[in-house]
Design a protein around this ligand. Structure first.
Ligand code: ZN
Length: 213
């Protein structure tokens, strides 16, 4: 583990290494950002967004919170999505969960979690929506992993419910929303292969916010 004192030293080394491999690195860093991707992931320290996708500074706009939730009254995540779509014109929005997520585990634990209660309620509601499937899984670990996946799918739906995503897709054909899960044991990303068009169509029966019907 790095000590606090090492952090600035690490920072200077990072700059030196980046400049050594790319002399324009700092000029690029200081220029305007034009990322193609918005990544919404968990705050978990073991899931470093840029690194797992092999992306450099400037290539991905990132939002992270406990258990990668997209709650419709969360001004933070909603501002990020709006800015990324309306101003940065991202082409892809990725919601990335991970197995062994502490937030999802906490939501499956029937006890008082204090300030986390209203936050974890979002995941408890995902459980309620998929109760039949989840209760049919006898192995606790498998059930937990499946809830991680279903939570990603539901958060993708929440992204697709936003007006900014629906309007931009109708006008420009992007962004497309994807759901992934990161496996801490293998380091690999799993694409849940969400059928964006199909989900959008299904959601727009109730949430058509494009202004055309
Ligand atoms: Zn997590």
């Amino acid at each position: 583990m790095a000590t606090y004192e090492q952090l600035f030293e690490n920072n200077r080394k990072w700059v030196a290494e980046k400049v050594a491999t790319d002399k324009d690195f700092l000029a690029k860093l200081a220029s305007d950002q034009e990322p193609d991707y918005l990544y919404i992931g968990c705050s978990d320290s073991r899931v470093p967004a840029n690194e797992i996708m092999g992306l450099e500074p400037g290539e991905v706009f990132v939002h992270r919170n406990i258990a990668n939730l997209v709650a419709n009254i969360d001004l933070n995540v909603m501002s990020v999505i709006n800015y990324a779509v309306a101003n940065l014109h991202v082409k892809h929005i990725i919601v990335c969960g991970h197995y062994n997520c502490g937030g999802v585990k906490a939501a499956m634990t029937p006890k008082d979690m204090g300030i986390l209660n209203p936050w974890l309620r979002n995941i408890r509601d995902v459980y309620r929506l998929h109760e039949d499937e989840l209760d049919g899984i006898k192995d606790e670990h498998e059930k937990y992993n499946r809830l991680v996946e279903l939570n990603v799918v539901e958060q993708c739906r929440n992204v697709i419910k936003t007006a900014v995503v629906q309007k931009s897709y109708a006008e420009n054909g992007y962004p497309v929303v994807h759901g992934w899960v990161f496996d801490l044991k293998t380091g690999l990303l799993k694409d849940l292969n969400i059928d964006f068009e199909a989900v959008l169509k299904q959601i727009q029966k109730i949430y058509n916010l494009t202004g055309s019907h």
